[in-house]
Write a protein that binds this ligand. Structure first.
Ligand SMILES: [Zn+2]
Length: 228
């Protein structure tokens, strides 16, 4: 009402002014500028994004990337935040609480440079193809990419099966991984990466891929493991 700025009030109250040094540094984009990219973290983050992430266009040409992390696995929230920090070291990671999950996110004008898969509508309604430079990273860090995809859209669980036998059926259970995604392109990226790693998989139903062979599960356990 008096026309006094927030900055002036802050100065009266705390004796400080926001200095130029404290202003957030602009994200120097590894695609637009000369800056190296942490490719291992990027491969994991790309997996998370293709699984449970989305990018929205905000005012002033800023974009927001958010990864939905289920609260049942706090380790996942931490892993997503660490990956964002490694890929975009000068941008602050933000958290928004939603029912049952935490949205881990970051704001930048350069998100479409890093994730050219961004586009209008849901991911499964449009074609998802990797750029050549992304393919190189995903080939180099296939394990990290698979880990990101499973951490967002997959799970490791016990499958219980009944085997009919004379004198009574026998139940037995074994661990398996499943990956569920609506987009055929994303399922294909997942199975291509598994093929590259020599991990056997099966199409379980229209949108589910399962990895159930003992040696394949053991191989995934080496670098994915249960959600934690
Ligand atoms: Zn850029």
């Amino acid at each position: 009402m008096c026309g006094v700025s927030i900055g002036a009030v802050r100065h009266w109250k705390y004796g400080t002014r926001r200095s130029k040094q404290a202003a957030p540094r602009k994200f120097d984009c590894p695609r637009c500028h000369e800056r190296s990219l942490d490719e291992q973290s990027y491969a994991y983050l790309l997996g998370l994004y293709l699984g449970d992430g989305h990018i929205v266009h905000c005012p002033k040409d800023v974009f927001r990337l958010e990864i939905a992390c289920c609260d049942a696995w706090p380790g996942l929230i931490h892993a997503a935040a660490e990956a964002i920090k490694a890929v975009m070291p000068s941008n602050a990671v933000g958290y928004r609480q939603r029912q049952g999950c935490t949205m881990v996110g970051v704001l930048s004008k350069h998100l479409p440079c890093l994730f050219p898969q961004h586009g209008p509508g849901m991911k499964h309604t449009r074609k998802i193809a990797l750029a050549v430079w992304q393919e190189d990273i995903v080939t180099k860090f296939a394990e990290e990419f698979v880990r990101g995809l499973i951490h967002s859209d997959g799970c490791r669980s016990m499958n219980r099966v009944r085997r009919p036998l004379k004198g009574g059926d026998r139940w037995y259970e074994y661990p398996r991984y499943t990956f569920v995604n609506e987009s055929a392109d994303i399922r294909r990226l997942f199975t291509d990466a598994l093929d590259r790693l020599g991990i056997a998989w099966k199409q379980m139903n229209r949108k589910t891929i399962s990895i159930a062979r003992r040696e394949a599960v053991a191989r995934l356990d080496e670098f994915v493991g249960p959600k934690y």
